[in-house]
Design a protein around this ligand. Structure first.
Ligand code: SF4
Length: 314
């Protein structure tokens, strides 16, 4: 059976989207342009989100001391040697908040990416409060030359939760900036976490309609993982009952039921997070890789004779 997104996978996959959009195999390259975060440097707050230890996860070629052009060059070489040759690359500016600088600085940083002929586009991870009209106009201008995706960390639809995790912005701010970004013609990605303090399944299903109405294009879901050295590690020791840590089986069951009600136009880029086990304070999923988790989710959807959006709008 071919679903409305145009292939036989039981969900609207990012892989399929990339194939359709670029007509070949696209590899994402993580680039660290040396941005900071307004929730750490005092612009919005200090101390950061309670679950965050952002510095931990960059690949070895990806160091902010190297220029963006150098990181791209080394990233492409690394992937060419290691994996099947890609037909093109997307530069993924992931670390911290990649629009947290004046516009002139953003131009300096993103220009090398635009000048690289192997690059098909850029994906920019940021916060809703690090974007404005001027920056959106700049990215819309770039979008005429190459694919530009702005990926916002939303994390929760509840302001009470956002406040508990010291996020430093509200859901309404996120909603407004997502709307503006979408109206500027840019691809909008969103990131959500399941398991934050005080939240549970009843809340996620209740809030799903709010999610489904967002004008986003792609979405990443993460189960909460507690990273060593974060404030949340201490919070979990002090009040374990307020934090929802999924076992893998429970999560697979939950995410399949959730996806059945999810807007079928949302491209799913990730169903779950994958943090190297050495960084985890609590590791209940073992050494399992994301591609294995994905296979289990696809198998469960098949077992349930279900698919993304099966119950959407019912
Ligand atoms: S999760 Fe993002 S916004 Fe929060 S402290 Fe870390 S880098 Fe900053």
């Amino acid at each position: 059976m071919t679903y409305i997104w145009g292939d036989e996978r039981r969900y609207n996959s990012y892989k399929h989207f990339l194939q359709q959009r670029f007509g070949g195999r696209i590899q994402k390259l993580t680039v660290d342009a040396g941005f900071s975060c307004p929730n750490r440097d005092g612009t919005v707050g200090t101390g950061g989100c309670t679950y965050c230890l952002n510095d931990a996860f960059n690949p070895s070629y990806c160091l902010p001391e190297k220029s963006v052009a150098q990181q791209l060059k080394e990233g492409i070489e690394f992937h060419r040697n290691r994996y099947r040759r890609a037909d093109g690359y997307l530069a993924y500016f992931q670390a911290y908040s990649n629009t947290h600088a004046p516009l002139e600085k953003l131009r300096e940083i993103y220009q090398p990416a635009i000048n690289n002929p192997l690059l098909k586009g850029i994906v920019i991870g940021t916060r809703p409060d690090c974007m404005d009209r001027e920056k959106l106009d700049y990215f819309a201008e770039l979008n005429e030359k190459m694919f530009v995706s702005i990926e916002y960390g939303i994390e929760s639809t509840l302001n009470e939760t956002l406040s508990k995790i010291n996020r430093g912005h509200s859901f309404e701010q996120a909603e407004e900036m997502i709307g503006e970004t979408s109206r500027a013609g840019l691809h909008v990605g969103a990131h959500f976490i399941f398991g934050l303090p005080g939240e549970n399944e009843d809340i996620w299903f209740r809030e799903l309609q709010k999610m489904n109405r967002l004008p986003i294009h792609s979405i990443k879901f993460h189960q909460l993982q507690i990273i060593k050295g974060t404030k949340m590690e201490q919070e979990f020791k002090d009040t374990p009952n307020t934090i929802h840590l999924f076992t893998m089986d429970r999560y697979i069951d939950f995410i399949c039921r959730y996806v059945e009600q999810l807007n079928p136009t949302f491209i799913i880029e990730r169903f779950a997070g994958e943090v190297p086990p050495r960084f985890l304070a609590i590791n209940s999923w073992g050494e399992i890789r994301y591609d294995v988790v994905l296979q289990k989710i696809e198998k469960e959807l098949e077992h349930r004779e279900s698919y993304q959006g099966k119950l959407y709008g019912l």
